[in-house]
Design a protein around this ligand. Structure first.
Ligand code: PLP
Length: 381
Protein backbone atom coordinates (compact mmCIF):
# COMPACT_ATOMS: atom_id res chain seq x y z
CA UNK A 1 0.00 0.00 0.00
CA UNK A 2 1.24 3.51 -0.87
CA UNK A 3 2.53 5.42 2.11
CA UNK A 4 0.65 8.66 2.82
CA UNK A 5 2.33 11.46 4.78
CA UNK A 6 0.26 14.58 5.25
CA UNK A 7 2.53 17.52 6.15
CA UNK A 8 0.49 20.54 5.06
CA UNK A 9 -1.13 21.37 8.39
CA UNK A 10 -0.75 25.12 7.85
CA UNK A 11 -3.20 24.66 4.94
CA UNK A 12 -5.66 22.60 6.96
CA UNK A 13 -5.75 19.93 9.66
CA UNK A 14 -7.50 16.65 10.35
CA UNK A 15 -10.77 17.01 12.27
CA UNK A 16 -10.48 16.20 15.98
CA UNK A 17 -12.40 12.97 16.69
CA UNK A 18 -14.21 14.37 19.77
CA UNK A 19 -15.32 17.34 17.66
CA UNK A 20 -16.54 14.98 14.92
CA UNK A 21 -18.61 12.90 17.37
CA UNK A 22 -20.27 15.95 18.91
CA UNK A 23 -20.95 17.49 15.51
CA UNK A 24 -22.64 14.42 14.03
CA UNK A 25 -24.85 14.13 17.10
CA UNK A 26 -25.86 17.81 16.86
CA UNK A 27 -26.46 17.70 13.10
CA UNK A 28 -28.85 14.80 13.52
CA UNK A 29 -30.61 15.70 16.75
CA UNK A 30 -30.13 19.30 17.86
CA UNK A 31 -31.20 21.04 14.68
CA UNK A 32 -33.23 23.78 16.35
CA UNK A 33 -32.61 27.38 15.33
CA UNK A 34 -30.93 28.99 18.37
CA UNK A 35 -32.86 32.24 17.79
CA UNK A 36 -36.30 30.62 18.22
CA UNK A 37 -38.06 31.00 21.60
CA UNK A 38 -39.61 27.49 22.03
CA UNK A 39 -38.10 24.75 24.19
CA UNK A 40 -36.82 22.58 21.30
CA UNK A 41 -34.38 25.36 20.33
CA UNK A 42 -33.16 25.82 23.85
CA UNK A 43 -30.61 23.01 23.50
CA UNK A 44 -29.07 24.65 20.42
CA UNK A 45 -28.99 28.01 22.18
CA UNK A 46 -27.23 26.43 25.18
CA UNK A 47 -24.72 24.63 22.94
CA UNK A 48 -23.88 27.98 21.34
CA UNK A 49 -23.51 29.73 24.70
CA UNK A 50 -21.28 26.95 26.09
CA UNK A 51 -19.10 26.96 22.96
CA UNK A 52 -18.72 30.75 23.18
CA UNK A 53 -17.73 30.49 26.83
CA UNK A 54 -15.22 27.70 26.21
CA UNK A 55 -13.60 29.52 23.26
CA UNK A 56 -13.43 32.75 25.26
CA UNK A 57 -11.67 31.00 28.14
CA UNK A 58 -9.10 29.47 25.75
CA UNK A 59 -7.90 32.97 24.75
CA UNK A 60 -8.66 34.74 28.06
CA UNK A 61 -11.56 36.75 26.62
CA UNK A 62 -15.13 37.32 27.79
CA UNK A 63 -17.88 35.28 26.08
CA UNK A 64 -19.54 38.39 24.62
CA UNK A 65 -16.22 39.33 22.99
CA UNK A 66 -16.39 36.24 20.71
CA UNK A 67 -18.21 36.70 17.37
CA UNK A 68 -18.70 33.57 15.24
CA UNK A 69 -17.85 33.84 11.54
CA UNK A 70 -17.34 31.52 8.57
CA UNK A 71 -13.55 31.41 9.11
CA UNK A 72 -10.33 33.38 8.92
CA UNK A 73 -11.12 35.17 5.67
CA UNK A 74 -14.42 36.50 6.96
CA UNK A 75 -12.95 37.51 10.33
CA UNK A 76 -10.17 39.43 8.57
CA UNK A 77 -12.56 41.12 6.12
CA UNK A 78 -14.88 42.09 8.96
CA UNK A 79 -12.06 43.52 11.07
CA UNK A 80 -10.53 45.61 8.28
CA UNK A 81 -13.72 46.91 6.67
CA UNK A 82 -15.82 47.43 9.80
CA UNK A 83 -13.18 49.63 11.41
CA UNK A 84 -12.21 51.50 8.23
CA UNK A 85 -15.79 52.34 7.24
CA UNK A 86 -16.46 53.57 10.76
CA UNK A 87 -13.57 56.06 10.32
CA UNK A 88 -14.06 57.12 6.72
CA UNK A 89 -11.10 59.36 6.01
CA UNK A 90 -8.50 57.66 8.20
CA UNK A 91 -5.62 55.43 7.10
CA UNK A 92 -5.01 51.73 7.72
CA UNK A 93 -1.59 50.21 8.38
CA UNK A 94 -0.74 46.58 7.73
CA UNK A 95 2.36 44.58 6.74
CA UNK A 96 3.63 43.28 3.41
CA UNK A 97 3.50 39.64 4.55
CA UNK A 98 -0.17 39.41 5.56
CA UNK A 99 -2.50 36.73 4.23
CA UNK A 100 -4.46 37.74 1.13
CA UNK A 101 -7.63 37.98 3.26
CA UNK A 102 -6.01 41.12 4.74
CA UNK A 103 -4.09 42.33 1.69
CA UNK A 104 -7.03 42.09 -0.71
CA UNK A 105 -9.32 43.78 1.84
CA UNK A 106 -6.80 46.62 2.07
CA UNK A 107 -6.55 46.86 -1.72
CA UNK A 108 -10.35 47.15 -1.79
CA UNK A 109 -10.13 49.99 0.74
CA UNK A 110 -7.54 51.76 -1.41
CA UNK A 111 -10.04 51.67 -4.29
CA UNK A 112 -12.49 53.42 -1.94
CA UNK A 113 -9.81 56.12 -1.42
CA UNK A 114 -8.62 55.00 2.03
CA UNK A 115 -4.88 55.53 2.48
CA UNK A 116 -3.16 52.19 3.26
CA UNK A 117 0.45 51.68 4.35
CA UNK A 118 2.11 48.25 3.90
CA UNK A 119 4.97 48.00 6.40
CA UNK A 120 8.23 46.44 5.18
CA UNK A 121 9.56 43.31 6.86
CA UNK A 122 13.12 42.36 7.86
CA UNK A 123 14.93 39.45 6.19
CA UNK A 124 14.00 37.13 9.08
CA UNK A 125 10.27 37.70 8.44
CA UNK A 126 9.70 39.94 11.46
CA UNK A 127 8.25 43.46 11.26
CA UNK A 128 10.45 45.64 13.46
CA UNK A 129 8.43 47.67 16.02
CA UNK A 130 10.40 50.86 15.08
CA UNK A 131 8.97 50.63 11.56
CA UNK A 132 5.42 51.03 12.87
CA UNK A 133 6.54 54.01 14.99
CA UNK A 134 7.95 55.60 11.84
CA UNK A 135 4.70 55.34 9.88
CA UNK A 136 1.88 55.74 12.42
CA UNK A 137 0.11 59.10 12.84
CA UNK A 138 -3.04 60.38 14.55
CA UNK A 139 -4.83 59.92 11.24
CA UNK A 140 -4.72 56.09 11.45
CA UNK A 141 -7.88 54.15 12.43
CA UNK A 142 -6.52 50.61 12.36
CA UNK A 143 -3.25 48.69 12.46
CA UNK A 144 -3.43 45.01 11.45
CA UNK A 145 -0.35 42.80 11.79
CA UNK A 146 -0.51 39.01 11.83
CA UNK A 147 0.53 37.02 14.88
CA UNK A 148 2.09 34.14 12.93
CA UNK A 149 2.83 33.95 9.24
CA UNK A 150 1.30 31.09 7.25
CA UNK A 151 4.20 30.65 4.80
CA UNK A 152 7.27 30.92 7.01
CA UNK A 153 5.76 30.59 10.50
CA UNK A 154 7.38 33.72 12.00
CA UNK A 155 5.80 35.15 15.14
CA UNK A 156 5.51 38.95 15.39
CA UNK A 157 6.00 41.08 18.55
CA UNK A 158 2.28 41.87 18.72
CA UNK A 159 2.27 43.43 22.22
CA UNK A 160 4.69 46.15 21.10
CA UNK A 161 2.62 46.95 17.99
CA UNK A 162 -0.57 47.14 20.07
CA UNK A 163 1.07 49.54 22.53
CA UNK A 164 2.26 51.89 19.78
CA UNK A 165 -1.14 51.72 18.04
CA UNK A 166 -3.03 52.58 21.23
CA UNK A 167 -0.76 55.54 21.95
CA UNK A 168 -2.12 57.03 18.70
CA UNK A 169 -5.74 56.23 19.62
CA UNK A 170 -6.10 53.60 16.88
CA UNK A 171 -7.49 50.03 16.99
CA UNK A 172 -5.12 47.04 16.79
CA UNK A 173 -6.13 43.83 15.00
CA UNK A 174 -4.11 40.65 14.58
CA UNK A 175 -4.71 37.76 12.19
CA UNK A 176 -3.97 34.87 14.56
CA UNK A 177 -5.25 32.14 12.25
CA UNK A 178 -1.91 30.25 12.31
CA UNK A 179 -1.35 30.82 16.02
CA UNK A 180 -4.59 29.99 17.87
CA UNK A 181 -4.45 26.39 19.11
CA UNK A 182 -0.70 26.22 18.37
CA UNK A 183 0.91 28.67 20.79
CA UNK A 184 -0.44 30.39 23.89
CA UNK A 185 -2.78 33.17 22.78
CA UNK A 186 -3.97 35.46 25.57
CA UNK A 187 -5.77 38.55 24.30
CA UNK A 188 -5.15 40.42 27.56
CA UNK A 189 -1.40 39.77 27.48
CA UNK A 190 -1.24 40.67 23.80
CA UNK A 191 -3.43 43.75 24.48
CA UNK A 192 -5.11 43.41 21.08
CA UNK A 193 -8.53 44.90 20.30
CA UNK A 194 -9.43 42.35 17.63
CA UNK A 195 -8.14 38.88 16.72
CA UNK A 196 -9.08 36.52 13.88
CA UNK A 197 -9.11 32.72 14.16
CA UNK A 198 -10.16 29.82 11.94
CA UNK A 199 -11.25 26.38 13.21
CA UNK A 200 -9.80 24.23 10.43
CA UNK A 201 -6.28 25.36 11.31
CA UNK A 202 -6.56 23.83 14.78
CA UNK A 203 -8.29 20.49 14.03
CA UNK A 204 -11.76 21.98 13.91
CA UNK A 205 -14.18 21.86 10.95
CA UNK A 206 -13.82 24.02 7.83
CA UNK A 207 -15.98 27.07 7.16
CA UNK A 208 -16.17 28.33 10.74
CA UNK A 209 -14.06 30.69 12.84
CA UNK A 210 -14.35 33.61 15.16
CA UNK A 211 -13.39 37.21 15.60
CA UNK A 212 -12.48 38.44 19.08
CA UNK A 213 -13.58 42.03 19.57
CA UNK A 214 -12.66 43.68 22.85
CA UNK A 215 -15.63 45.21 24.65
CA UNK A 216 -16.09 48.86 23.71
CA UNK A 217 -14.31 48.61 20.32
CA UNK A 218 -16.27 50.67 17.80
CA UNK A 219 -17.12 49.13 14.43
CA UNK A 220 -19.86 49.14 11.82
CA UNK A 221 -21.94 45.97 11.40
CA UNK A 222 -20.89 44.47 8.09
CA UNK A 223 -23.36 41.62 7.52
CA UNK A 224 -26.92 42.89 7.63
CA UNK A 225 -30.01 40.83 8.47
CA UNK A 226 -31.00 39.27 11.79
CA UNK A 227 -29.74 40.22 15.22
CA UNK A 228 -27.28 37.31 15.63
CA UNK A 229 -23.79 38.01 17.02
CA UNK A 230 -24.95 41.19 18.75
CA UNK A 231 -26.15 42.61 15.43
CA UNK A 232 -22.64 42.68 13.95
CA UNK A 233 -22.82 39.52 11.87
CA UNK A 234 -26.30 38.47 10.81
CA UNK A 235 -27.14 34.88 9.82
CA UNK A 236 -28.28 31.69 11.54
CA UNK A 237 -25.34 30.27 13.45
CA UNK A 238 -23.60 27.07 12.28
CA UNK A 239 -24.22 25.37 15.63
CA UNK A 240 -22.60 21.99 14.95
CA UNK A 241 -19.44 23.51 13.50
CA UNK A 242 -19.20 26.09 16.27
CA UNK A 243 -19.38 23.31 18.87
CA UNK A 244 -16.81 21.28 16.88
CA UNK A 245 -14.55 24.34 16.83
CA UNK A 246 -14.84 24.81 20.60
CA UNK A 247 -14.00 21.16 21.32
CA UNK A 248 -11.04 21.12 18.92
CA UNK A 249 -9.66 24.34 20.39
CA UNK A 250 -10.00 23.11 23.98
CA UNK A 251 -8.29 19.82 23.12
CA UNK A 252 -5.39 21.66 21.46
CA UNK A 253 -5.04 24.25 24.21
CA UNK A 254 -5.11 21.53 26.89
CA UNK A 255 -2.24 19.73 25.12
CA UNK A 256 -0.29 22.75 23.89
CA UNK A 257 2.99 21.83 25.59
CA UNK A 258 3.07 18.20 24.39
CA UNK A 259 2.03 19.20 20.88
CA UNK A 260 4.71 21.88 20.66
CA UNK A 261 7.35 19.45 21.92
CA UNK A 262 6.31 16.87 19.34
CA UNK A 263 6.41 19.43 16.52
CA UNK A 264 9.83 20.71 17.59
CA UNK A 265 11.09 17.09 17.61
CA UNK A 266 9.70 16.51 14.13
CA UNK A 267 11.56 19.58 12.86
CA UNK A 268 14.77 18.35 14.50
CA UNK A 269 14.33 14.88 13.00
CA UNK A 270 13.84 16.41 9.54
CA UNK A 271 17.02 18.48 9.72
CA UNK A 272 19.05 15.71 11.35
CA UNK A 273 18.08 13.34 8.54
CA UNK A 274 18.86 15.90 5.83
CA UNK A 275 22.30 16.34 7.45
CA UNK A 276 22.76 12.55 7.63
CA UNK A 277 21.94 12.42 3.91
CA UNK A 278 24.71 14.98 3.23
CA UNK A 279 22.40 18.01 2.88
CA UNK A 280 23.59 21.10 4.78
CA UNK A 281 21.86 24.41 5.45
CA UNK A 282 23.05 27.32 3.27
CA UNK A 283 24.76 24.85 0.93
CA UNK A 284 22.07 22.43 -0.28
CA UNK A 285 19.06 24.30 1.09
CA UNK A 286 18.08 27.59 2.71
CA UNK A 287 15.66 27.92 5.61
CA UNK A 288 13.35 30.97 5.50
CA UNK A 289 12.20 33.08 8.44
CA UNK A 290 13.34 33.48 12.03
CA UNK A 291 13.97 30.02 13.49
CA UNK A 292 13.45 31.08 17.14
CA UNK A 293 10.30 33.20 16.85
CA UNK A 294 8.31 30.76 14.78
CA UNK A 295 5.44 28.28 14.94
CA UNK A 296 6.84 24.83 15.72
CA UNK A 297 6.55 22.44 12.82
CA UNK A 298 6.25 25.12 10.12
CA UNK A 299 9.35 24.85 7.92
CA UNK A 300 9.97 26.84 4.73
CA UNK A 301 12.87 25.45 2.67
CA UNK A 302 14.33 26.81 -0.57
CA UNK A 303 16.45 24.85 -3.02
CA UNK A 304 18.50 26.88 -5.49
CA UNK A 305 17.96 26.02 -9.13
CA UNK A 306 14.95 23.81 -8.37
CA UNK A 307 11.35 24.39 -9.42
CA UNK A 308 9.23 24.10 -6.26
CA UNK A 309 6.23 22.94 -8.31
CA UNK A 310 8.20 20.00 -9.71
CA UNK A 311 9.53 19.12 -6.26
CA UNK A 312 5.98 19.24 -4.85
CA UNK A 313 4.63 16.94 -7.56
CA UNK A 314 7.50 14.48 -7.22
CA UNK A 315 6.91 14.33 -3.45
CA UNK A 316 3.20 13.89 -4.13
CA UNK A 317 4.00 10.78 -6.20
CA UNK A 318 5.75 9.47 -3.07
CA UNK A 319 2.57 10.04 -1.04
CA UNK A 320 3.77 13.27 0.62
CA UNK A 321 1.55 16.37 0.85
CA UNK A 322 3.46 19.64 1.32
CA UNK A 323 2.90 23.07 -0.16
CA UNK A 324 4.92 25.40 -2.40
CA UNK A 325 3.79 28.55 -0.62
CA UNK A 326 0.49 29.26 1.06
CA UNK A 327 -2.31 26.88 0.10
CA UNK A 328 -4.53 29.78 -0.90
CA UNK A 329 -1.85 30.60 -3.47
CA UNK A 330 -1.61 27.20 -5.12
CA UNK A 331 -3.30 28.39 -8.34
CA UNK A 332 -1.06 31.41 -8.46
CA UNK A 333 2.32 30.56 -9.95
CA UNK A 334 3.81 33.97 -9.12
CA UNK A 335 6.63 34.11 -6.57
CA UNK A 336 5.12 34.34 -3.09
CA UNK A 337 4.65 37.91 -1.83
CA UNK A 338 6.02 36.80 1.57
CA UNK A 339 9.30 35.50 0.16
CA UNK A 340 9.60 38.63 -2.00
CA UNK A 341 8.99 40.88 1.03
CA UNK A 342 11.73 39.19 3.07
CA UNK A 343 14.18 39.69 0.22
CA UNK A 344 14.58 36.14 -1.14
CA UNK A 345 15.82 36.26 -4.73
CA UNK A 346 13.43 35.00 -7.43
CA UNK A 347 15.79 32.17 -8.31
CA UNK A 348 15.80 30.80 -4.77
CA UNK A 349 12.18 31.66 -3.98
CA UNK A 350 10.83 29.60 -6.86
CA UNK A 351 12.44 26.48 -5.38
CA UNK A 352 10.58 26.80 -2.08
CA UNK A 353 8.38 24.30 -0.28
CA UNK A 354 6.57 24.60 3.04
CA UNK A 355 6.44 21.53 5.27
CA UNK A 356 3.99 21.98 8.12
CA UNK A 357 3.80 19.13 10.58
CA UNK A 358 0.76 18.47 12.74
CA UNK A 359 0.03 16.62 15.95
CA UNK A 360 -0.78 13.45 13.99
CA UNK A 361 2.69 13.20 12.43
CA UNK A 362 5.37 10.88 13.80
CA UNK A 363 9.19 11.04 13.64
CA UNK A 364 9.22 8.44 10.87
CA UNK A 365 7.20 10.88 8.70
CA UNK A 366 9.93 13.52 9.08
CA UNK A 367 12.60 10.95 8.16
CA UNK A 368 10.59 9.80 5.14
CA UNK A 369 10.14 13.40 3.95
CA UNK A 370 13.88 14.14 4.37
CA UNK A 371 14.83 10.98 2.44
CA UNK A 372 12.31 11.74 -0.31
CA UNK A 373 13.52 15.34 -0.66
CA UNK A 374 17.13 14.14 -0.84
CA UNK A 375 16.26 11.62 -3.52
CA UNK A 376 14.29 14.09 -5.68
CA UNK A 377 16.84 16.90 -5.38
CA UNK A 378 19.72 14.57 -6.23
CA UNK A 379 17.80 13.48 -9.34
CA UNK A 380 16.91 17.04 -10.35
CA UNK A 381 20.29 18.78 -9.97
N1 PLP B 1 -5.16 34.15 7.62
C1 PLP B 1 -4.13 33.29 7.61
C2 PLP B 1 -2.84 33.68 8.26
C3 PLP B 1 -4.26 32.03 7.00
O1 PLP B 1 -3.23 31.18 7.01
C4 PLP B 1 -5.49 31.70 6.39
C5 PLP B 1 -5.64 30.41 5.67
O2 PLP B 1 -4.71 29.91 5.07
C6 PLP B 1 -6.54 32.63 6.45
C7 PLP B 1 -6.34 33.85 7.07
C8 PLP B 1 -7.89 32.32 5.87
O3 PLP B 1 -8.58 31.42 6.71
P1 PLP B 1 -9.82 30.56 6.17
O4 PLP B 1 -9.26 29.46 5.35
O5 PLP B 1 -10.50 30.08 7.40
O6 PLP B 1 -10.69 31.50 5.40
Amino acid sequence: MKRIVYADNAATTQLDSDAYKAMSEILQREYGNPSQPYSFSRAAKKLLADARESIASCINALPDEIYFTSGGTESDNCAIKSVAFNNSSKAVITSQIEHHAILRSCEFLEKQKFPVVYLPVAHDGIVRPEILKRYITNNVSLVSIMLANNEIGTIQPIGEFAETTHSYGAIFHTDAVQAVGHIKVDVKELTVDMLSASAHKFNGPKGVGFLYIKRGTKLLPYMHGGQQEQGLRAGTENVASIVGMSIALKNNVDHLKENRKLLANLEMALFARLQYNGFSENVNYFRNGNTQEHIDGNVSLSFKGIDGEILLHRLDLMGISVSTGSACDSVNTKISHVLTAIGISQEIAKGTIRISFGKNNVVDDAVYIADSITRVINELV
